[in-house]
Ligand binder design. Structure first.
Ligand SMILES: [Zn+2]
Ligand SMILES: [Zn+2]
Ligand SMILES: [Zn+2]
Length: 455
């Protein structure tokens, strides 16, 4: 009785401090429910459906959703899955082994930058791959796959990219290489169709004159004694080889004669030639091409570089755009000071209320940053703050950890509300990246009046 009851409700399984969610069909996946669990166990008997479920999870947008550890229930699948984007098998009874893996992965997931939506599709996919590689602590090794148009695929990318778009896999990994987020070790070379990027290409020898594939290959024979060279059929006389020029019998290859090369005969136009034209024929789109037109691509195995590691922890936009300057409408400190002084004069002489808002970020609460990640961090903070400002408001960044804002023509009520909003949102951005949730922002709002100093 007890067992039955457990079976009916055992969608969530507890093991020590961990919660496992068991899913028995793709329809049962619910990102909100999955969110509250540490890992997912797929107990789906149909391999295709299991695969679709994995793809669905890996294609989610939130870090903790798409990186979720996934295990396959051992009994559920009797044939190999086409994807390699899961984290292992489990017998669903003994959870000790997958608990260990789950903890390791989740520990690393907590370090991944909670990225906002990256507008650039390729950059977004790249970030996801980097994050997967980082959280699994693996090399991204290519594997041969008949289901990928490239003939190769990669774990995680196989779930992210639809099979018919598999050339995107190359574009994403090439972007990672170019930005030095991956280092690659060459593993193979493939040749792709110029029209559809498929690697399923048939190579054939054709007649250089009429391009027919109906050609016959013939051995040439070179008779040492008289130096006569002719196709083998000219030497064939009953069961022996006899030279048509000097009438001697040919006995031993290497002693009497050799076969220096081959000749081709076109059965369509009867052209005779020695060098056939090599042509490719694409199995997928039927395009015929000369083989030197095919696009050669290198297949690499990848590992994260220290820069790639940093991108996972602090965000991709920051590094890729880190050479860009802070937006121009952010004032320099000295100019801000000048404007502040002017506003003090204005507020004293006229009946207007403006406010000076100073925001400090507790440096000790933020992961240590390099100079380039600091620039990106600053940009992100500024863009959040600016989202709440009017075009007449002014802002300066004293450092990556201190921002000063001049709120013009507002009242204390609105200024207070704005301060609260900005503080909350900055707090959210920063604490999203932290395991502990502490107060990280300190703000000070002062009315603009005589005697106010910037410091
Ligand atoms: Zn021909
Ligand atoms: Zn001869
Ligand atoms: Zn093609």
């Amino acid at each position: 009785m007890f067992k039955l009851h457990q079976l009916n409700t055992a969608k969530s399984k507890r093991y020590q401090e961990l919660q496992f969610l068991t899913i028995e069909s793709i329809n049962e996946y619910d990102s909100e429910k999955a969110h509250a669990h540490d890992a997912i166990i797929l107990n789906i008997k149909n391999a295709l459906e299991a695969e679709e479920s994995i793809n669905l999870i890996r294609q989610q947008t939130s870090v903790s959703d798409y990186l979720k550890p996934i295990f396959i229930s051992k009994e559920s699948l009797n044939r190999q899955l086409r994807t390699r984007s899961y984290d292992g098998f489990t017998d669903a009874v003994n959870l000790q082994a997958i608990a260990q893996t789950t903890r390791k992965i989740n520990e690393r997931i907590s370090k991944v930058y909670r990225t906002k939506t990256i507008n650039d599709y390729k950059q977004q996919q790249l970030f996801k791959v980097l994050a997967f590689t980082f959280t699994r602590n693996i090399h991204l090794d290519p594997y041969t796959s008949r289901y990928s148009k490239l003939g190769y695929s990669y774990p995680f990318l196989d779930a992210l990219i639809e099979e018919e778009h598999s050339q995107e896999i190359l574009e994403i990994v090439e972007l990672g290489l170019r930005e030095e987020l991956f280092s690659g070790k060459i593993n193979d070379k493939i040749h792709l169709c110029t029209s559809c990027s498929s690697s399923y290409i048939n190579i054939r020898e054709t007649c250089p004159k009429c391009h027919s594939i109906d050609i016959t290959e013939k051995d040439l024979i070179h008779h040492f004694r008289c130096a006569h060279i002719a196709p083998m059929e000219d030497f064939q006389k009953e069961d022996n080889l006899t030279c048509p020029k000097c009438d001697h019998k040919l006995r031993h290859i290497g002693i009497d004669y050799d076969k220096p090369s081959v000749m081709y005969n076109c059965n369509t136009c009867h052209h005779e030639f020695q060098e056939p034209e090599m042509k490719s024929y694409c199995i997928d789109c039927h395009k015929e091409d000369e083989i030197h037109h095919l696009v050669e691509k290198k297949i690499y195995e990848f590992s994260l570089t220290p820069k790639g590691d940093e991108v996972v922890k602090y965000g991709l936009e920051k590094l890729i755009n880190s050479n860009e300057e802070i937006p121009k409408d952010v004032l320099s400190c000295s100019f801000f000071k000048l404007m502040l002084q002017q506003e003090i004069e204005r507020a004293t002489n006229h009946d207007i209320t403006s406010f000076h808002l100073k925001m400090n970020i507790n440096k000790n609460q933020v992961p240590q940053m390099t100079e380039s990640t600091e620039v990106g961090f600053k940009k992100e903070i500024i863009s959040i703050i600016k989202g709440y400002l009017l075009s007449s408001d002014l802002i300066t960044a004293v450092s990556a950890y201190e921002y000063q804002i001049l709120l013009t023509n507002t009242d204390i009520h609105k200024a207070n509300e704005l301060t609260g909003l900005i503080t909350n949102n900055l707090n959210k951005l920063i604490t999203d990246n932290l395991s502990e949730q502490n107060e990280t922002i300190w703000s000070e709002l002062k009315p603009i009046q005589q005697g106010l100093k910037m410091a």
